[in-house]
Design a protein around this ligand. Sequence first.
Ligand SMILES: [Ca+2]
Ligand SMILES: [Ca+2]
Ligand SMILES: [Ca+2]
Length: 172
Amino acid sequence: MWVNDGAGHFRIASQGLPASGRLNCLATGDLDSDGTVDLALSSDYDVGYSQLMLYRNDGALRWSRLETTGLPDPYERGVASDTIRGVELVDFNGDGHLDLAAVNHPKAGVGIWMGDGAGGWHACGETGLPQEQAQIFGYGVTAADVNQDGKPDLAVAFGLAPNGSLQVWIQE
Ligand SMILES: [Ca+2]
Ligand SMILES: [Ca+2]
Ligand SMILES: [Ca+2]
């Protein structure tokens, strides 16, 4: 993490963030509604790490891992068949608490977890999003309200030559 001084100069501010591992994507958002920007990280292989990790910013740029329930368990053996590469934070259901979207790398499935604002998450079952796709990998996910109806939609990038694609889903 680097902080911008407003003139394009940056100083490092990473105290408490992971200093090792295979981290690949991040998203920002105020996970605990205290006004500070927090972080969600995805990791695609690390024994003892979770596929999804959340870090809280205390306002003085000291980061600490947030305790969570309901997100995927830490890797036990670095299982390469079930890893995540892509994470996004947005309030999908408009309840004021950030929710989380992530794309699985080797299965190319898109998962949604609803957040309760207090560290509890629950996976959504019937989302209409792909749960598993053959011959393609998931690489990235981002949310935006592409049809301007007030409900965040989702774009996901997939790739494994020659089958790559960028797909967009509208939230119903
Ligand atoms: Ca916060
Ligand atoms: Ca929500
Ligand atoms: Ca929309």
